[in-house]
Design a protein around this ligand. Structure first.
Ligand SMILES: CCc1ccc([C@H](C)CC(=O)N[C@@H]2O[C@H](CO)[C@@H](O)[C@H](O)[C@H]2O)cc1
Length: 824
């Protein structure tokens, strides 16, 4: 299929087959007869790793010999998903592998189901980091991703009687063949303790930190395979371990338990990912995680730099760029100051010069509850020296920069200060990020505008040139070529085989938008994907769905601002109308949901419960003759998204305008020929600008409308009382029609009325219903729908993460890329 193997010459089917059998016997140590599917998968991976590690070595050799400038992407999350299909496709040996396995009587798809997702992230931010790593390797820019080697990724979600149950995600229980440990690059990180101020004979002050503990950081490297093996870079993830100087003396002194506790305490640091994707936990362990990986990463960067620069930091800012993926790694700023001043003996000013040159910061959310602030007392306990450095940075900023601009304006100082005064003083990580970063960017045009105007207005007045926008993107390798081979085949024919590298070239399909043959091809591909998804839904949810129906999909984290409950109100509205008029005939529709809620986010979990119990009722209500189906697919994750997105007709992107920074699933859906039903929020605005608003269904208030209604005072009762249909479905939530446990559903009604409906669900309901009406009408007009589907898919060139990376490279990182030849 379209995932054709250009360089399969390198490894023809027989050679590939021999290598798989060789690894089965000599690497995994079993025989064809006895081998489990897991063993065959491990043998397949070992075979692919031969190519991958060779390219990795070539890549690292080129970067080292050319002493290249590189970007270091610091992120607490990397939502990598599965790597097998992606790596085989990027190496262009997918079909070779498929045929080789076939000849060995093995179905490659079955093998790939053996792989557990590498779910080391919550949602958008983590997946974006993964797409960016793919593009950096494909564009052959020198880069390293740095993160945390969580033993447990994002929890596995099970649905029990409609409720979300969290289960641990021990993804590498039986090891992971895609990662390699690098003991030679272990780091040790101090934490806790106190700071001693020493006065040298020459009167100069020296700060000496006496840490309470040392933590060992063990690096695990995951190779990132660029498309066509352009380069192979690494994602280096740090695992926490107790240091050798593990308190044996405590142990020998019989303090076994204390020794064990200390060991356990250190190991918990990289034990588990915090499952919140927009509310900060404020837990000490969270800051310890952030500091641990940031410090290990900086030490690793300094170690690599000093290999050729021998502690002469004159070139450091020329060779090193560091991107901070939101505020989570911002502790790296005072940590680099500490390493340069305290350990390398560089002056404060020289160190600050370097720090403000190397760091840049990306903001991914405006939600106040997501902006990290740490109590000063936690810093005093964990990171006393960093607190001193933060105070010094703040003092110089307020008294040199702010005083110069707004002399004597204490209000400005209070607003811009890194320290938030009050009963419990807090460290504002976002302010620290802005003060120390060369560039600050948002992730979509509207979001970057709101970052400048609402989040950091004074800072953007102070430093207008520091603020910029880089609209998000997604990798077309995973999100088109690998997950939708039928569509990939069509683009190979129409746009040539390089479209995965030049997504703009997909525009070659636009002139065929009304060509009946192409329309048929395109919609047949969609239908085939819907048949496959219908089978998966049957298997996972036991629900029969008709692939001819309109597949309306909303897959993303469960959050009120993403308004899954608005979607649910419309489903209730449709159901109510069908019950009211048994003769009514609608375009058959299947509403598909996938969403994890942060474990402590009760209302979000109640919305999941509501979707399941209401869905159950509807799916088993014979009176509506299967015209309406509701499916909640459990354990939404990257590998499930790869199955759902190619089969979608409608992409629900219905956040309250001004709340979704960008969104990235919206891009994946459009690329795969789904039509967006959404608000003018985040990247939706840029998507419909490329594909045509007439080819999508925009509804609801704009950002300006939302701001004005909030300013005027929004009263949800006004909408409740003035719209009978709305009132009926909201009241239906507070009934025992769907479940005897009406409390959970009633809590949703309560949040929409007494709770003030903070995300204006009721205000956008009527417009949302009208947009759905338009969608149903267009879906009935097959040619019109096909036109729109093709125009969306063929107009997404801008949303390749390659374009995002080129923007970062030219506006922020100033990198050169290097062709990787086989030099060694
Ligand atoms: C402190 C807890 C926490 C954890 C994660 C986050 C992330 C910033 C949340 C997130 O994933 N934001 C999403 O980032 C995507 C990539 O830029 C955007 O496309 C989404 O709009 C944004 O919600 C905030 C707070």
């Amino acid at each position: 299929d379209a995932r054709a193997d250009k360089n399969s010459l390198k490894l023809d089917v027989n050679v590939f087959k021999e290598k798989i059998v060789h690894h089965l016997r000599c690497t995994i140590g079993t025989s064809e007869k006895k081998a489990s599917k897991l063993a065959w998968w491990q043998a397949l991976v070992a075979t692919a790793n031969e190519l991958i590690f060779d390219r990795l070595t070539q890549t690292q050799y080129t970067h080292a010999t050319k002493d290249t400038r590189a970007v270091h992407y610091l992120s607490a999350e990397f939502l990598m998903g599965r790597l097998t299909v992606n790596n085989l496709v990027s190496l262009e040996v997918y079909n070779t592998a498929k045929s080789a396995l076939q000849e060995l009587g093995i179905d490659i798809n079955e093998l790939c189901e053996e792989e557990t997702d590498m779910a080391l992230g919550n949602g958008g931010l983590g997946r974006l980091a993964a797409c960016f790593m793919d593009s950096l390797a494909t564009l052959a820019y020198p880069s390293v991703g740095y993160g945390i080697h969580y033993e447990n990724g994002l929890f596995r979600q099970e649905i029990r009687e409609g409720r979300q149950i969290e289960r641990p995600d021990s993804w590498r229980e039986y090891g992971c063949p895609w990662e390699v440990c690098r003991p030679e690059s272990v780091q040790e990180v101090p934490i806790g303790g106190f700071v001693e101020t020493q006065t040298a004979p020459d009167g100069s002050i020296r700060k000496v930190w006496h840490p309470e503990h040392m933590i060992k950081g063990v690096p695990w490297d995951i190779p990132v395979v660029g498309f066509r093996g352009a380069s192979v870079t690494i994602l280096r993830l740090w695992e926490s371990r107790p240091t050798e100087s593990f308190n044996w003396d405590v142990f020998n002194a019989g303090g076994y338990v204390d020794a064990q506790n200390e060991k356990a305490a250190v190991e918990t640091i990289s034990k588990v990912l915090y499952p919140n994707d927009s509310t900060e936990a404020g837990k000490m362990l969270r800051l310890t995680q952030q500091y641990f990986f940031s410090s290990c990463s900086l030490r690793d960067i300094l170690r690599r730099y000093n290999r050729t620069h021998f502690h002469d930091y004159g070139e450091f800012a020329k060779k090193i760029a560091i991107q901070l993926n939101d505020t989570h790694p911002v502790i790296a700023i005072p940590e680099l100051m500490r390493l340069l001043v305290d350990e390398e003996g560089i002056s404060w000013d020289a160190a600050w010069e370097i720090v403000t040159e190397v760091f840049s910061y990306t903001n991914h959310t405006l939600l106040p509850e997501a902006l990290e602030k740490w109590p000063v007392y936690i810093f005093e306990k964990l990171l006393p020296r960093h607190l001193e450095i933060i105070y010094e940075i703040n003092y110089r900023f307020l008294n040199e920069v702010v005083e110069a601009k707004w002399s004597g304006d204490d209000e400005k100082k209070r607003k811009l200060s890194i320290i938030e005064e009050g009963p419990c003083k807090m460290v504002r990580m976002a302010n620290l990020a802005v003060i120390a970063s060369r560039k600050i960017n948002g992730v979509a045009e509207i979001h970057s505008k709101l970052v400048r105007e609402n989040l950091f207005p004074e800072f953007s007045t102070l430093w207008p040139d520091r603020f910029c926008n880089v609209t998000n993107g997604v990798t077309p390798r995973r999100w088109m070529l690998a997950c939708n081979p039928g569509l990939a085949e069509l683009y190979n024919e129409i746009a040539g085989k390089d479209w995965p590298l030049h997504l703009d070239s997909c525009a070659a399909l636009r002139p065929y938008a009304d060509d009946p043959q192409i329309q048929k091809r395109f919609m047949d591909i969609k239908f085939k994907n819907k048949v496959a998804l219908a089978a998966e839904i049957k298997k996972l949810c036991g629900v029969e769905v008709d692939p001819h129906a309109m597949f309306d999909v909303q897959i993303k984290r469960l959050h009120e601002y993403k308004r899954q409950h608005l979607n649910l109100l419309y489903i209730l509205h449709l159901y109510r109308k069908l019950l009211a008029d048994p003769a009514m005939r609608i375009v058959p529709q299947v509403f598909i949901f996938g969403a994890k809620a942060a474990p402590a986010y009760t209302l979000a979990k109640n919305i999941i419960y509501a979707i399941n119990v209401i869905g159950d009722k509807i799916n088993n209500d014979y009176r509506i003759r299967n015209q309406l189906k509701v499916v909640f697919m459990p354990n939404y994750r990257v590998s499930l998204a790869e199955k759902i997105i190619p089969a979608a007709d409608i992409s629900e992107q219905i956040s309250t305008a001004g709340y979704e920074a960008s969104g990235t699933s919206n891009m994946k859906f459009s690329m795969n020929g789904a039509l967006t039903l959404g608000t003018m929020d985040g990247a939706n605005i840029e998507i419909v600008a490329e594909a045509g608003v007439e080819n999508n269904f925009i509804f609801g208030m704009s950002v300006k409308d939302v701001q004005e209604l909030k300013a005027k005072g929004y009263n949800p009762w006004d909408f409740y009382n003035s719209n009978q249909d709305l009132r009926a479905v909201v009241d239906w939530l507070d009934s025992d029609f769907f479940t005897e446990d009406r409390q959970a559903l009633a809590s949703i009604k309560h949040s929409l009325l007494e709770g003030g409906d903070p995300y204006m669900v009721l205000a956008d309901f009527a417009s949302y219903c009208a947009a759905h009406k338009r969608a149903e009408e267009m879906y009935a007009d097959k040619a019109r729908w096909a036109h729109a589907a093709i125009m969306n898919s063929a107009s997404m060139g801008k949303f390749s993460s390659d374009r995002s990376i080129e923007d970062y490279v030219h506006n922020i990182w100033k990198l050169k890329n290097y062709e990787i030849k086989d030099e060694i």
